[in-house]
Design a protein around this ligand. Structure first.
Ligand code: FAD
Length: 480
């Protein structure tokens, strides 16, 4: 009888820069697995007969297959397997919330030691890049069909990558001067180095996608004008319009939306000023309002800019924090102070219009609300003030209304997201137009945006050619 494999419950830790050093630099925090660590981690996989990890992945990565190849030392095979279904493995390996997706479904999760799928994915992608040769996929013969993709974030990149491989001619239009969406302008260098985003964009260009920057659809040309030139259009314009608290004092100097704060830092490289042209003020005490990934990124950025005190002000408790646990722990290690059950109610300025204090109220948790989380309830007469030099509002975003405003027959929902007639395909109310990613779901995650892009690409291909791609979504990229 075959001997039962002994479970290895030691998840290999990610090597990182020590907190006291990394809190003052913008270099990547996580250093990546070595080959030895990757082999040891991959060998922990028990190769379940029914691998549930795949169910947790919105782009259907064959996780056991790529992990097994790493365990066998076949790194080329591992990256090939990954790229069958994921055109952005270096990014997903870094920023996907694996703890609530594939890793949450891992059988070893019950033993509190799931396979570190994201770390292995990142390892395979970085290993390939380090070899200096990136393998190109097989391409189908040209179909003569023309596709416009609006927005160059993960949703748009996935649509462009999938459709060009299927033989269609793809042009991607991006409003900003660099492509990549939130991966470029939002997620900071210390979590996702921009050379990696550029590397992935180079790959998309090498596939033949024409990337046109500084092109705002709705201003440079309308959606209807694009439809005169293209057979189909995909809208992947994200959710880049920041929400505000709408409390007194939000217009004071020193109060930023997270969107502006992070764009100045990432896209405009404000941290390198005066070597870069866009300055960013370095504040001593910074409060960040919110509890998601955007709030963590803003707080950790403020810390790296030299702030002495950085606070996350969050109206619920630690249990309800929507940010990835790993990033919360990183922020804590770097010295960010969390003020839970605290609601900002007023921002107070000095005589010159600069922020000098924030006034907050203490909260307690009541009954669960529509989101299923316990509702924060104000405690009367619990106001208190904190001296503060800057505040960053990171409480959420919604889609920019520009394209719907100049396209009356494109239906939108009450919350400003584009309405799709079929969530499985992303088809919109307008003929020959599909949409996906944050512009449809509201602010979500990279992998969900990619999953939506994959589904839309399949549907657009079927519309263009009449061919229904067989099997799972993954076959869009494997038919090559
Ligand atoms: P986006 O990435 O927003 O890209 C849309 C693109 O469209 C943008 O480049 C925009 O300039 C362009 N565009 C908009 N309007 C037009 C127009 N009219 N014409 C032309 N171009 C236009 N998710 C995770 O999974 N893990 C994380 O750790 C994580 N951290 C995050 C941190 C921050 C700071 C932020 C802001 C988000 C984070 N997210 C994270 C969420 C994730 O980045 C998004 O869900 C994802 O990028 C959405 O992809 P998308 O393609 O729909 O849109």
């Amino acid at each position: 009888m075959a001997e039962k494999k002994k479970l290895d419950l030691t998840r290999r830790a990610m090597p990182k820069q020590p907190p006291h050093i990394r809190r003052r630099n913008f270099s990547e925090v996580a250093l990546g697995y070595t080959s030895e660590l990757a082999l040891a981690e991959a060998k922990r996989c028990i190769l379940c007969k029914k691998p549930t990890c795949i169910d947790g992945c919105p782009v259907d990565i064959d996780i056991p297959a790529f992990v097994r190849r790493i365990a066998d030392g076949d790194f080329v095979g591992a990256i090939r397997k990954l790229k069958e279904t994921n055109c952005l493995p270096a990014m997903c390996g870094r920023v996907c919330p694996q703890e609530s997706q594939c890793e949450a479904q891992c059988h070893l999760h019950k033993k509190e030691a799931p396979i570190a799928v994201g770390r292995l994915e990142r390892f395979a992608a970085d290993w390939e890049a380090a070899q200096g040769h990136v393998e190109m996929p097989e391409m189908r013969a040209p179909t003569g069909k023309r596709v416009a993709v609006v927005g160059s974030g993960p949703a748009g990149i996935t649509v462009a990558g999938d459709l060009i491989k299927l033989g269609h001619q793809v042009t991607m239009y991006e409003a900003l001067h660099e492509p990549g969406g939130v991966l470029t302008y939002g997620i900071p260098e210390f979590r996702l180095p921009k050379r990696i985003v550029r590397r992935e964009m180079d790959y998309i260009r090498k596939l033949g996608v024409d990337v046109v920057c500084n092109y705002v659809v709705g201003r440079t040309k309308t959606l209807d004008q694009l439809l005169e030139k293209y057979d189909v259009v995909f809208l992947g314009t994200g959710a880049g319009l920041p929400w505000f608290l709408e409390i007194p004092g939000e217009n004071l100097c020193g109060v930023y939306s997270a969107n502006e704060y992070l764009t100045r830092m990432n896209l405009m490289r404000g941290f390198a000023y005066p070597r870069s042209s866009i300055p960013i003020k370095r504040h001593g005490r910074v409060a960040v309002f919110g509890g998601g990934n955007v709030a963590m990124d803003s707080a950790r950025t403020a810390m790296r800019l030299g702030a002495e005190e950085v606070y996350i002000i969050y109206r619920r408790s630690r249990l309800e924090l929507p940010a990835r646990l790993e990033e919360v722990e990183n922020a804590e290690e770097e010295g960010v102070v969390f003020k839970f059950l605290t609601l900002p109610v007023r921002l107070i300025g000095d005589d010159e219009g600069w922020l000098k204090e924030i006034e907050c109220l203490r909260m307690e948790l009541g009954e669960p609300d529509a989101s299923g989380r316990r509702k924060p309830v104000k405690i009367p007469n619990s106001e208190f003030k904190m001296p503060m030099d800057a505040a960053v509002v990171a409480i959420g975003n919604s889609p920019n209304p520009l394209i719907p405003k100049c396209t009356p027959d494109l239906k939108v929902n009450k919350n400003g997201t584009i309405a799709v007639t079929d969530v499985k395909t992303g088809k919109t109310s307008k003929d020959r137009v599909w949409a996906g990613g944050d512009v449809v779901t509201g602010a979500a995650t990279v992998i969900l945006a990619m999953g939506a892009g994959r589904a839309a690409a399949r549907s657009m291909h079927e519309y263009l050619t009449g061919e229904r791609l067989a099997g799972t979504t993954s076959e869009v990229t494997t038919q090559g």
